[in-house]
Design a protein around this ligand. Structure first.
Ligand SMILES: Cc1cc2nc3c(=O)[nH]c(=O)nc-3n(C[C@H](O)[C@H](O)[C@H](O)COP(=O)(O)OP(=O)(O)OC[C@H]3O[C@@H](n4cnc5c(N)ncnc54)[C@H](O)[C@@H]3O)c2cc1C
Length: 456
């Protein structure tokens, strides 16, 4: 894969304000950074403490979710003397890939809730607040509490914002009432969604399944919710009483073409109707009516159950800052953070890196992408600190155990070119199999926790 090196196009403001900081970074390098360099190879090998790079660099990581904690641990293991600060007010750690399991009654909420302090490296300074302002021209962030935090290097891992307000009449308080489910954001929402699905698969009626347009986290989740609901109704013997309709905002179900073809046959074969070009625009909870924007104008559909999937975007402090894409589709579709899609380095601010759901790359927004992106971002940051060329490259790897029913699924793994890149040659990425289910149900949570600790 061709590495697109940092273009070096710092804007004039950044150049002016960055002089002092650039000098500081040069000083840090001169103070012995050319010595033992951390070796973060292939995204899996971590340097031993003995080979850690000596530095007094100030590194700030904003966001302590999957990507932020994994980056903190990798940096902690690779550097000696660095001042690493993590900023995030959230103390709970949420295993989000488990939310679909909670929302379909397979897991209890306790299984997806953990504590961030169990994974935070001890040497890290954890500021338990959110960042209200990114100021990359001055190399600092400001917290909601007014604390100004300067840095030499910044890693942005804020995740994304579920934009409930983009759907007229929708609010998170409605989840679990009036037939409304929404699997996103937290286990409480998933648990309340389960109450709605539990009732719907008993009582029957019209079920609408939706998907926000543009980049969303785990694009498989809306599909999994539909298929697991259908599977549950079948098991309960109520399937005949359910009229299920999946509403796609475009003309596809999944970005990877082979999987798209599979799903376009699978849904009709399970009597799940598909409405193309139906973007959820509004809901009237009391009337249980949804409005969809379609090429033929707005259409209203009454429902008994609806799975609302709002559009998603970068959190406001990031999306409104100069770290966001300034034009093009990544700006229009969510104000995502501007990074080089291969190096994970900001394209205009060379001391800034990003990983996880917040970045504007062609595909990603899964924990599997986080696992592939973080080692690249960290290795390239270490190279910048060590005054070496950045060579680590992210190929767009993303993966989803696309659960088609309880006990079965398809392990979909692909890259920027949308080519399937299966890790396990014995599991076909084109056919349902029990192994992806066992992975989802039993194996991925421990793997995720190992990723947080920087071990894989
Ligand atoms: C229902 C569902 C199912 C999924 N299924 C899968 C799956 O099967 N496989 C898979 O690989 N992935 C799956 N994912 C996606 C995966 O969980 C995410 O891609 C991953 O968690 C992203 O990690 P992140 O670190 O970027 O964001 P997060 O883990 O969301 O963390 C972001 C952190 O940033 C913090 N933050 C936000 N704003 C600020 C601020 N201004 N200042 C400081 N901190 C801030 C937040 O508090 C949070 O702690 C699923 C997600 C969902 C919701």
């Amino acid at each position: 894969m061709l590495l697109k090196p940092f273009s070096g196009v710092l804007n004039s403001q950044a150049r002016a304000a960055g002089n002092v900081d650039d000098q500081r970074r040069r000083l840090l390098k001169a103070a012995g950074l050319g010595g033992a360099l951390a070796a973060v190879g292939g995204g899996t090998l971590l340097s031993s403490p003995a080979s850690a790079m000596r530095t007094s660099a100030r590194i700030v990581i904003v966001g302590a979710g999957a990507a932020g904690i994994a980056a903190a641990n990798r940096l902690d293991q690779s550097l000696d003397g660095a001042e690493i600060t993590v900023i995030d007010r959230r103390q709970r750690h949420l295993y989000q890939p488990g939310l679909t399991m909670v929302a379909t009654g397979i897991w209890k909420t306790g299984k997806v809730v953990d504590r961030n302090d169990r994974y935070m490296p001890r040497a890290v300074n954890w500021i338990q607040d959110h960042v209200a302002e990114f100021d990359p021209d001055a190399n600092r962030v400001v917290t909601t509490g007014g604390q100004v935090v300067p840095y030499d290097y910044l890693i942005v891992t804020t995740g994304l914002k579920v934009d409930y307000e983009a759907i007229e009449g929708m609010s998170p308080d409605l989840i679990g009432r009036e037939g409304i489910g929404c699997v996103y954001d937290n286990p409480e929402h998933a648990e309340r969604t389960w109450r709605m699905i539990d009732h719907y698969t008993t009582a029957g009626g019209v079920g609408l399944f939706t998907r926000g347009p543009g980049g969303i986290k785990c694009a498989g989740a809306p599909l999994k919710i539909a298929m697991l609901t259908e599977d549950l109704a079948r098991r309960r013997g109520t399937r005949e009483s359910l009229e299920m309709i999946y509403n796609s905002p475009g003309d596809g179900l999944f970005s990877q073409p082979d999987m798209d073809d599979f799903l376009k046959q699978e849904f009709p074969s399970r009597d799940i109707a598909i409405n193309w070009h139906h973007r959820l625009k509004g809901i009237e909870p009391e009337a249980r009516r949804a409005t969809f924007a379609t090429p033929d104008g707005d259409i209203r559909i009454d429902y008994d159950f609806i799975h609302v999937v709002p559009p998603m975007r970068a959190p406001d402090p990031l999306g409104n800052s100069s770290l966001a894409w300034q034009d093009g589709s990544f700006a229009a579709d969510g104000n995502w953070m501007e990074v080089d899609q291969y190096s994970m380095r900001h394209r205009r601010y060379g001391n800034v890196f990003g990983a996880g759901d917040c970045v504007g790359t062609p595909i990603g927004k899964t924990a599997a992408s986080v696992k592939a992106q973080v080692p690249v971002a960290v290795e390239n940051l270490l190279s910048v600190i060590g005054d070496r060329e950045t060579v680590a490259s992210y190929d767009g790897y993303t993966s989803c155990p696309l659960i088609t029913g309880r006990g079965r699924g398809i392990l979909v793994e692909f890259d920027y070119a949308l080519n399937m890149i299966p890790s396990f040659p014995f599991i076909s990425p084109y056919r349902e199999h029990w192994v992806p289910w066992v992975m989802k149900d039993r194996m991925l949570l421990p793997a995720y926790n190992a990723m947080l600790r920087g071990r894989i």
